[in-house]
Design a binder for this molecule. Structure first.
Ligand code: ADP
Length: 186
């Protein structure tokens, strides 16, 4: 599940995971939990997340591979990744990791939402959920980082014929229906 901060990745990824019997892995959620538990990774990650920067590739990649292998050991049959990959290096890592495990990415679902709507949603989330990175200054930086570093990931999966854009503006149910239509068709 791919898209800018505030596009609804987490919400939609959870719904798809539940309906398709997939394991939902959110790198943002794992990092926030590490911060709460004050693990070494959490202490490191917080410095980046507070500023709206990306946590270094190597750390996030290691963390993701650990999570995937733990779920596979528990019998997971498929995954939906939310917030990963966020750089071209992470995309290359993910492809290689899946290949080594006899699988591959099937869809990159891109939730398309315009800049003003994103800022509006993130400011609202900052108020209701109290996420420390949902303040105007940090939001603008996250959107910048997204444009510069994360958007090129789209091209990577376009070349593989796996790019599926979805209009991310609408109710949660409307957007979910658009995603389900793609999963049904292909
Ligand atoms: P959002 O998409 O709204 O920014 P996330 O929970 O996906 O929310 O991510 C929150 C923060 O966690 C990011 O701004 C970044 O600092 C860090 N993060 C999450 N996933 C990654 C990743 N794949 N690589 C590097 N940093 C990440």
């Amino acid at each position: 599940m791919f898209g800018p901060p505030g596009s609804g990745k987490g919400t939609q990824a959870k719904k798809v995971a539940a309906s398709q019997g997939l394991v939902h892995i959110s790198t943002g959620e794992i990092l926030r939990s590490a911060i709460e538990r004050k693990t070494p990774l959490g202490v490191l990650a917080q410095q980046y997340m507070d500023k709206g920067e990306l946590v270094p590739d190597e750390d996030v990649q290691q963390m993701l591979a650990n999570a995937v292998d733990r779920y596979i050991a528990e019998g997971a049959r498929g995954f939906i990744f939310d917030g990963f990959p966020r750089t071209l290096d992470q995309a290359g890592f993910l492809d290689q990791m899946m290949k080594e495990r006899g699988s591959e990415i099937q869809y990159l679902i891109f939730l398309d939402v315009d800049h003003d709507e994103l800022v509006k949603r993130l400011l609202l989330r900052g108020k209701t959920e109290g996420r420390s990175d949902d303040t105007l200054e940090v939001i603008e930086n996250r959107l910048e980082v997204y444009k510069k570093t994360t958007l090129p990931v789209i091209e990577h999966y376009k070349k593989q014929g796996k790019f599926y854009p979805v209009n991310g503006v609408g109710t949660i149910e409307e957007v979910n229906a658009r995603i389900c239509a793609i999963l049904r068709k292909s």
